[in-house]
Design a protein around this ligand. Structure first.
Ligand code: EPZ
Length: 418
């Protein structure tokens, strides 16, 4: 089992590259199934989840070539409609393939997906929407079988919650459905917009309106295209927190500041300085950061649940008391006990966590239960005195490309032990 040793309390200074967003790359890779010509995806992060997506594409019959951050996919020859359980279980977003496979093959056979442990993660909204589109869905012994007679039906689909994955699945399922499909209460995350932009470049007709509806006008085929994945806003936030916790001064290169609009007010309240020029973000610290009164996770454009853990790790070092309310996932505080092991003062009651800042965190051995929890441990370890050992890097490797090299380049003392 691999682990990361972090020697804390060293000021981080220098430049950090921000790569493409995992949560954008995964649905875009799945959507290439719908294209009858070659797609070239640029800025595709080198991550284990991306590797699994490419394996799924190959299993289905697509031709896949990877050259660094570029991926070339030709899915014209796809001839399978099933995904083996061992691939499905490796990540939650394997479920995004469902809408795409049904759309292309009129049938699909997958098992329930795996992924981060964030409490129950049902896919009822995905399946309900597919049923509304005329798909017969059979769930048996952890297996989902879908079948549609002729083609998927368009119509109005109203989501009771703006689920990111369900919105993506409906978009993929409806690209070829005759007529107009309207998604009411669709998710509006930048990763959804990136997926829509990719599909439109391939010839899809997908629009969003002011009320937040996504409207998909069915087309008969999609071509290929070249597309550049948007920057990873959560990786950017993680490096911002890592620099801030060490009193550092860093320049993040290749960000999109618009996607960070719910993050900047938090850093401002903490009295951490930021300045954006084009795609570069400088962050520096003049005094010990202050607490943040209330962080409430919300669907985009609200504060992202994926940034909650790393901001909490930072707030554990701040002056004063910060309050967090996790509204998206039922069980996304598993990092709290590990932060407490490092000496943080955090109390959780239901959805709320109260963090009393201290500058007395000491390195010890910690583990992670999910991707962002792992990133929070890295942030806390960088700020703590002495050595922190983060066990089991499988979660971290799902979402952070080259993290130890990037941290080393800005002065961190970190070492991966395989
Ligand atoms: C996406 O997960 C992201 N994953 C998550 O990022 C992110 O935390 C989440 O959106 C919220 O922003 C990817 O994009 C690959 P949801 P997803 O469907 O699509 C409930 C990370 O760390 N729900 O918006 O699974 C669900 O239980 C990961 O990068 C239902 O009840 O999120 C949750 O409470 C982790 N029924 C809430 O909605 C459903 O059918 C939000 O889930 C679907 C969801």
């Amino acid at each position: 089992m691999s682990k990361l040793l972090i020697c804390g309390n060293r000021r981080l200074e220098g430049r950090v590259p921000i790569y493409g967003a995992k949560n954008s790359a995964l649905p875009i890779l799945a959507s290439t199934i719908l294209c009858s010509e070659e797609c070239v995806i640029h800025n595709c992060p080198i991550l284990s989840d991306v590797y699994v997506s490419l394996k799924i594409l190959e299993y289905l019959g697509a031709k896949v070539k990877r050259e660094g951050h570029d991926v070339i996919i030709n899915a014209n020859s796809i001839d399978r409609y099933d995904i083996p359980e061992f691939l499905m279980r490796q990540m939650r977003s394997s479920i995004i393939f469902l809408g795409a496979i049904v759309s292309r093959m009129n049938r699909a056979k997958v098992s329930f997906p795996g992924g981060c442990e964030l409490g129950p993660r049902p896919i009822d909204l995905h399946l309900k929407a597919l049923k509304q589109m005329g798909v017969t869905v059979k769930e048996q012994h952890g297996c989902i079988e879908c079948h549609v007679e002729k083609s998927l039906k368009s119509g109005e689909i109203s989501l009771s919650f703006p689920s990111v994955g369900a919105t993506e699945n409906i978009i993929l399922a409806s690209v070829f459905a005759k007529g107009k499909t309207k998604i009411i209460n669709a998710a509006r995350e930048p990763e959804i917009t990136d997926l829509i932009n990719f599909l439109n470049k391939c010839g899809a007709k997908i629009f969003t309106n002011k009320e937040g509806f996504v409207i998909i006008e069915g087309v008969s085929r999609l071509t290929g295209t070249e597309h550049r994945i948007i920057p990873d806003r959560i990786a950017a936030t993680t490096y911002m927190a890592a620099a801030a916790v060490t009193g550092g001064d860093v320049l993040l290169e290749g960000i999109c500041s618009r996607h960070l609009s719910a993050i900047f007010p938090i850093f401002e309240e903490m009295k951490i300085k930021t300045c954006v020029v084009k795609k570069q973000l400088r962050l520096w610290v003049e005094d010990r950061p202050r607490c943040v009164k209330l962080v409430r996770t919300m669907p985009y454009p609200g504060f992202p649940t994926d940034a909650q853990a790393v901001i909490m790790a930072l707030s554990a070092f701040c002056q004063g008391t910060s309050v967090f309310v996790e509204n998206i996932f039922e069980s996304r505080y598993k990092h709290v006990d590990e932060l407490v092991r490092l000496g943080a003062n955090i109390k959780v009651e239901g959805k709320t966590a109260i963090v009393r800042g201290t500058n007395n965190l000491q390195g010890t051995t910690v583990k992670s239960y999910d991707l962002r929890g792992a990133a929070a441990m890295v942030v806390a370890g960088l700020g703590a005195q002495g050595e922190t050992c983060l066990l089991d890097l499988r979660h971290l490797d799902r979402g952070y490309e080259n993290i130890e090299e990037n941290l080393k380049a800005i002065g961190a003392l970190v070492k991966r032990i395989e």
